[in-house]
Design a protein. Sequence first.
Length: 195
Amino acid sequence: MVDVLFVTSNPGKVREVRSVLAPYGVSVRWLRRTLTEPQATTLAEVAGHKLEAVRRPARYVLVEDSGLFVPSLKGFPGVYSAHFLKIWGFPPLLELLRRRDRRAVFRTVAGLARGKERWTFSGEVRGTIAWAPAGSHGFGYDPIFVPEGFTRTMAELSPEVKDSISHRARAMHKVGRFLATRSRAPKRKRKKGFA
Ligand code: ITT
Protein backbone atom coordinates (compact mmCIF):
# COMPACT_ATOMS: atom_id res chain seq x y z
CA MET A 1 0.00 0.00 0.00
CA VAL A 2 1.32 3.47 -0.88
CA ASP A 3 0.20 6.45 1.22
CA VAL A 4 -0.44 9.76 -0.48
CA LEU A 5 -1.39 13.07 1.10
CA PHE A 6 -3.85 14.87 -1.19
CA VAL A 7 -4.06 18.59 -0.52
CA THR A 8 -7.22 20.31 -1.71
CA SER A 9 -10.16 22.33 -0.44
CA ASN A 10 -12.56 20.36 -2.64
CA PRO A 11 -14.26 17.23 -1.15
CA GLY A 12 -15.58 16.25 -4.60
CA LYS A 13 -12.02 15.90 -5.88
CA VAL A 14 -11.15 13.73 -2.87
CA ARG A 15 -13.95 11.25 -3.58
CA GLU A 16 -12.95 10.95 -7.23
CA VAL A 17 -9.22 10.64 -6.56
CA ARG A 18 -9.76 7.98 -3.88
CA SER A 19 -12.00 5.97 -6.15
CA VAL A 20 -9.51 5.97 -9.05
CA LEU A 21 -6.38 5.34 -6.95
CA ALA A 22 -7.73 2.60 -4.65
CA PRO A 23 -7.38 -0.24 -7.22
CA TYR A 24 -3.68 0.68 -7.59
CA GLY A 25 -3.13 0.06 -3.86
CA VAL A 26 -2.86 3.79 -3.16
CA SER A 27 -4.41 5.07 0.05
CA VAL A 28 -5.33 8.76 -0.05
CA ARG A 29 -5.23 10.89 3.09
CA TRP A 30 -6.90 14.27 2.75
CA LEU A 31 -5.34 17.50 3.99
CA ARG A 32 -8.11 20.07 3.63
CA ARG A 33 -6.43 23.28 2.73
CA THR A 34 -7.04 26.12 0.29
CA LEU A 35 -3.72 26.67 -1.46
CA THR A 36 -3.22 30.10 -2.97
CA GLU A 37 -3.33 30.11 -6.74
CA PRO A 38 -0.94 32.65 -8.26
CA GLN A 39 -1.58 34.58 -11.46
CA ALA A 40 -0.42 32.01 -13.99
CA THR A 41 -1.13 31.08 -17.57
CA THR A 42 -1.07 27.28 -17.32
CA LEU A 43 -2.56 24.62 -15.03
CA ALA A 44 0.93 23.10 -14.68
CA GLU A 45 2.30 26.37 -13.24
CA VAL A 46 -0.57 26.55 -10.76
CA ALA A 47 -0.11 22.89 -9.77
CA GLY A 48 3.64 23.56 -9.28
CA HIS A 49 2.92 26.52 -6.99
CA LYS A 50 0.42 24.46 -5.00
CA LEU A 51 3.07 21.75 -4.49
CA GLU A 52 5.65 24.29 -3.32
CA ALA A 53 3.22 25.49 -0.67
CA VAL A 54 3.11 22.07 1.02
CA ARG A 55 6.22 20.71 2.68
CA ARG A 56 6.04 17.05 3.73
CA PRO A 57 9.42 15.56 2.84
CA ALA A 58 8.75 12.04 4.09
CA ARG A 59 5.71 11.15 2.06
CA TYR A 60 4.07 11.55 -1.33
CA VAL A 61 2.16 14.81 -1.64
CA LEU A 62 -0.45 15.16 -4.37
CA VAL A 63 -2.14 18.34 -5.65
CA GLU A 64 -4.02 19.07 -8.81
CA ASP A 65 -5.36 22.02 -10.75
CA SER A 66 -8.23 21.77 -13.19
CA GLY A 67 -9.94 24.08 -15.63
CA LEU A 68 -12.57 24.32 -18.33
CA PHE A 69 -11.20 25.58 -21.66
CA VAL A 70 -13.53 26.88 -24.36
CA PRO A 71 -11.67 27.35 -27.66
CA SER A 72 -14.27 29.79 -29.09
CA LEU A 73 -13.59 32.00 -26.04
CA LYS A 74 -9.82 31.73 -26.60
CA GLY A 75 -9.53 29.14 -23.85
CA PHE A 76 -11.50 31.10 -21.24
CA PRO A 77 -12.22 30.49 -18.34
CA GLY A 78 -9.22 28.08 -18.28
CA VAL A 79 -6.89 28.82 -15.37
CA TYR A 80 -9.49 31.30 -14.08
CA SER A 81 -12.25 28.67 -13.85
CA ALA A 82 -12.54 28.67 -10.04
CA HIS A 83 -12.53 32.45 -9.77
CA PHE A 84 -15.01 32.89 -12.61
CA LEU A 85 -17.47 30.35 -11.26
CA LYS A 86 -17.32 31.76 -7.73
CA ILE A 87 -17.99 35.32 -8.87
CA TRP A 88 -20.29 34.90 -11.86
CA GLY A 89 -21.74 31.41 -11.88
CA PHE A 90 -22.95 29.86 -15.17
CA PRO A 91 -25.09 32.67 -16.72
CA PRO A 92 -22.39 34.81 -18.41
CA LEU A 93 -20.75 31.72 -19.89
CA LEU A 94 -24.05 30.44 -21.27
CA GLU A 95 -24.83 33.90 -22.65
CA LEU A 96 -21.40 34.23 -24.30
CA LEU A 97 -21.88 30.86 -26.00
CA ARG A 98 -25.34 31.53 -27.40
CA ARG A 99 -23.81 32.40 -30.78
CA ARG A 100 -20.46 30.67 -30.50
CA ASP A 101 -19.06 27.16 -30.91
CA ARG A 102 -19.95 25.30 -27.70
CA ARG A 103 -17.08 22.82 -27.75
CA ALA A 104 -14.99 22.70 -24.57
CA VAL A 105 -12.22 20.70 -22.90
CA PHE A 106 -11.82 19.94 -19.22
CA ARG A 107 -8.19 19.54 -18.17
CA THR A 108 -6.41 18.42 -15.01
CA VAL A 109 -2.74 18.66 -14.19
CA ALA A 110 -1.75 16.63 -11.14
CA GLY A 111 1.49 17.40 -9.30
CA LEU A 112 3.13 14.71 -7.19
CA ALA A 113 6.15 15.26 -4.94
CA ARG A 114 8.30 13.23 -2.65
CA GLY A 115 11.17 15.07 -1.01
CA LYS A 116 12.82 17.04 -3.80
CA GLU A 117 11.42 14.90 -6.62
CA ARG A 118 8.47 16.19 -8.65
CA TRP A 119 6.29 14.63 -11.34
CA THR A 120 3.31 15.90 -13.29
CA PHE A 121 0.49 13.97 -14.96
CA SER A 122 -2.29 15.36 -17.12
CA GLY A 123 -5.70 14.28 -18.30
CA GLU A 124 -8.46 15.79 -20.39
CA VAL A 125 -11.98 15.12 -21.60
CA ARG A 126 -13.61 16.82 -24.57
CA GLY A 127 -17.24 17.81 -24.71
CA THR A 128 -19.67 20.68 -25.21
CA ILE A 129 -21.34 23.27 -23.00
CA ALA A 130 -25.04 22.54 -22.42
CA TRP A 131 -27.72 25.17 -23.17
CA ALA A 132 -28.86 25.06 -19.52
CA PRO A 133 -27.59 23.50 -16.27
CA ALA A 134 -28.89 20.00 -15.45
CA GLY A 135 -28.16 17.29 -12.89
CA SER A 136 -27.13 17.14 -9.26
CA HIS A 137 -24.06 14.88 -9.15
CA GLY A 138 -20.48 16.11 -9.03
CA PHE A 139 -19.54 19.73 -8.50
CA GLY A 140 -18.34 22.90 -10.20
CA TYR A 141 -19.07 22.97 -13.93
CA ASP A 142 -20.49 19.42 -14.07
CA PRO A 143 -24.10 20.67 -14.59
CA ILE A 144 -23.13 22.43 -17.85
CA PHE A 145 -20.51 20.06 -19.30
CA VAL A 146 -21.67 17.33 -21.69
CA PRO A 147 -18.81 14.89 -22.31
CA GLU A 148 -18.18 13.64 -25.85
CA GLY A 149 -20.23 10.51 -26.62
CA PHE A 150 -23.00 11.47 -24.16
CA THR A 151 -26.18 13.55 -24.41
CA ARG A 152 -26.35 14.36 -20.69
CA THR A 153 -24.28 16.62 -18.50
CA MET A 154 -21.59 15.24 -16.23
CA ALA A 155 -23.88 16.09 -13.28
CA GLU A 156 -26.60 13.83 -14.73
CA LEU A 157 -24.21 10.90 -15.09
CA SER A 158 -23.47 8.66 -12.12
CA PRO A 159 -20.19 9.18 -10.22
CA GLU A 160 -19.01 5.80 -11.60
CA VAL A 161 -19.48 7.00 -15.17
CA LYS A 162 -17.73 10.30 -14.43
CA ASP A 163 -14.82 8.36 -12.91
CA SER A 164 -14.52 6.25 -16.07
CA ILE A 165 -14.15 9.22 -18.45
CA SER A 166 -13.19 12.39 -16.60
CA HIS A 167 -10.11 14.57 -17.02
CA ARG A 168 -9.26 13.94 -13.36
CA ALA A 169 -9.68 10.17 -13.64
CA ARG A 170 -7.39 10.12 -16.70
CA ALA A 171 -4.67 12.06 -14.87
CA MET A 172 -5.10 9.91 -11.73
CA HIS A 173 -4.80 6.62 -13.64
CA LYS A 174 -1.35 7.85 -14.71
CA VAL A 175 -0.54 8.68 -11.07
CA GLY A 176 -1.79 5.24 -9.98
CA ARG A 177 0.24 3.36 -12.61
CA PHE A 178 3.33 5.39 -11.71
CA LEU A 179 3.01 4.72 -7.97
CA ALA A 180 2.21 1.04 -8.44
CA THR A 181 5.28 0.56 -10.66
CA ARG A 182 7.52 2.53 -8.31
CA SER A 183 6.39 0.68 -5.21
CA ARG A 184 7.23 -2.64 -6.91
CA ALA A 185 10.68 -1.50 -8.15
CA PRO A 186 13.69 -2.29 -5.91
CA LYS A 187 14.80 1.02 -4.37
CA ARG A 188 18.34 1.14 -5.74
CA LYS A 189 17.08 0.56 -9.30
CA ARG A 190 14.67 3.50 -9.24
CA LYS A 191 15.39 6.01 -11.93
CA LYS A 192 15.12 9.73 -11.23
CA GLY A 193 12.50 11.58 -13.26
CA PHE A 194 10.66 8.39 -14.13
CA ALA A 195 7.49 10.24 -15.14
P1 ITT B 1 -8.42 23.11 -4.93
O1 ITT B 1 -8.49 23.42 -3.47
O2 ITT B 1 -7.89 21.75 -5.23
O3 ITT B 1 -7.72 24.20 -5.74
P2 ITT B 1 -10.78 23.96 -6.46
O4 ITT B 1 -12.21 23.52 -6.41
O5 ITT B 1 -10.49 25.43 -6.25
O6 ITT B 1 -9.97 23.05 -5.43
P3 ITT B 1 -9.55 24.03 -9.14
O7 ITT B 1 -8.97 25.39 -8.96
O8 ITT B 1 -8.68 22.94 -9.66
O9 ITT B 1 -10.17 23.46 -7.79
O10 ITT B 1 -10.85 24.05 -10.05
C1 ITT B 1 -11.16 25.11 -10.93
C2 ITT B 1 -12.66 25.19 -11.08
O11 ITT B 1 -13.09 24.10 -11.89
C3 ITT B 1 -13.45 25.13 -9.79
O12 ITT B 1 -14.54 26.01 -9.90
C4 ITT B 1 -13.92 23.69 -9.72
O13 ITT B 1 -15.17 23.59 -9.04
C5 ITT B 1 -14.07 23.37 -11.20
N1 ITT B 1 -13.82 21.95 -11.44
C6 ITT B 1 -12.68 21.27 -11.17
N2 ITT B 1 -12.83 19.98 -11.47
C7 ITT B 1 -14.10 19.84 -11.93
C8 ITT B 1 -14.86 18.74 -12.36
O14 ITT B 1 -14.37 17.52 -12.36
N3 ITT B 1 -16.12 18.95 -12.76
C9 ITT B 1 -16.64 20.20 -12.75
N4 ITT B 1 -15.99 21.28 -12.33
C10 ITT B 1 -14.74 21.10 -11.92
